[in-house]
Write a protein that binds this ligand. Structure first.
Ligand code: FMN
Length: 246
């Protein structure tokens, strides 16, 4: 292990060791859940999960793979199911603190999702923010976003993701978790991205979609396009597509 990793590991594992365990003693700022919303921007309501995930869990787990060959656009119903099941509310918890389909350290939910829609049947091309609370997409950029996707994915092999339908970018609003867990907020955010991404892989497999995790992308360009503050860091991505045999 090199010294940088050792130092980083010690830093991020030491900060959350002395938390009081009893929730009764937690300060308000550890409990309040923050929701990112863009009330002034056009909203596209997602379709509440009409699609069922019917395949057996075993076949989904064994069938999951990263795929970069696509030839057909996914549709809006499939995107809705993908977001609802992978990162949406699950009907548990309270009104103030609803839970989601993925776990989050201290229920702080720092991860935000952005969808760059290159070609989705039933959804205009553009860049959207996923408003989890209202289950809507908020339109950030209207029109073709192919150039933005190409720039974000510029470190990937050229033509690797031709005919993709969408690029989903995961960010963390790191302060939400940092207020409770200090520097651990960073690895905890990465772990939460992993939970959501695995959900996306499994839901994609179930619905007959294809996807590929993206660890290498232009985070600065992503921040610039999405107009993120310094508190919100791009961490991870997943490309989504579909392949139909003709
Ligand atoms: C953290 C992480 C980052 C990844 N980043 C990329 C990437 O930037 N580009 C890419 O083509 N695949 C990426 N992948 C996909 C891996 O290449 C893939 O998971 C691996 O080859 C194993 O194949 P499988 O997922 O089909 O089992 C990433 C996977 C993970 C878990």
């Amino acid at each position: 292990m090199n010294d940088k990793i050792k130092k980083f590991y010690e830093e991020v594992t030491s900060s959350s060791n002395q938390l009081p365990l009893s929730p009764d003693t937690w300060p308000e700022e550890w409990i309040k859940v923050f929701w990112k919303t863009y009330p002034r921007l056009p909203q596209v309501p997602l379709i509440n999960t009409e699609l069922n995930l019917q395949k057996k869990l075993q076949s989904v787990l064994l069938g999951r793979e990263s795929s970069r060959d696509y030839n057909t656009p996914i549709n809006f119903l499939e995107l809705s199911a993908l977001l609802n099941f992978s990162a949406g509310l699950n009907g548990k918890g309270s009104k103030e603190q609803p839970r989601r389909t993925y776990p989050s350290a201290g229920a702080r939910y720092p991860i935000e999702l952005y969808i760059f829609s290159a070609e989705i049947d039933g959804l205009d091309n553009g860049a959207y923010h996923y408003n989890v609370k209202q289950n809507t997409l908020e339109l950030l950029i209207s029109g073709a976003v192919d150039e933005n996707i190409n720039t974000i994915l510029k470190t990937q092999h050229e033509d690797m993701f031709k005919k993709l339908s969408a690029l989903v970018i995961f960010t963390t609003v790191i302060s939400r978790t940092q207020i409770k867990y200090g520097s651990s907020a960073y690895p905890l955010s990465l772990i939460e991205c992993g939970h959501i991404a695995q959900n996306i892989y499994l839901v994609s497999e179930n619905l007959g979609l294809r996807c590929c995790a993206i660890g290498g992308f232009d985070t600065q360009h992503t921040s610039d396009i999405l107009d993120l503050t310094e508190e919100e860091l791009p961490l991870y991505g997943v490309v989504i597509g579909k392949f139909r045999l003709y």
